[in-house]
Design a protein around this ligand. Structure first.
Ligand SMILES: [Zn+2]
Length: 110
């Protein structure tokens, strides 16, 4: 049994957009927790790399949950192609929107 906490705790208060992202990220940890021995077993060359990849997976999940590809592409094709406007539309930070746009091929390569 791992002693790792189920979710991150004690984080300082953040902006609502950041809290939504953090909550979505933590939701992924909760969803995956019963299956971590199976689904994360082959990740990384060592524990540190595995943890980093798990965090990236949870970030990716949060991005997908808050900024669904189809909704974002629809907004983009309807002419909303400004990062700040899209961030406001999806109630996420501009940083999160920048990453998501890059993931689905609508933003500059980071
Ligand atoms: Zn995490």
């Amino acid at each position: 049994m791992e002693s790792r906490p189920l979710a991150h705790r004690g984080q300082p208060r953040r902006q609502p957009t950041r809290r939504r992202f953090t909550l979505s990220h933590e939701f992924k940890h909760v969803l995956d927790h019963p299956f971590i021995k199976v689904i994360y077993n082959d990740l990384g060359k060592n524990a540190a790399e595995r943890e980093r990849q798990i965090e990236q997976l949870c970030d990716y999940f949060a991005g997908c949950l808050l900024m669904p590809r189809n909704w974002l592409k629809r907004a983009w094709s309807n002419g909303v192609q400004d990062q700040a406007a899209l961030a406001a539309m999806f109630n996420v930070s501009e940083a999160a929107m920048a990453v998501r746009l890059q993931q689905i091929g609508l933003g500059p390569v980071l």
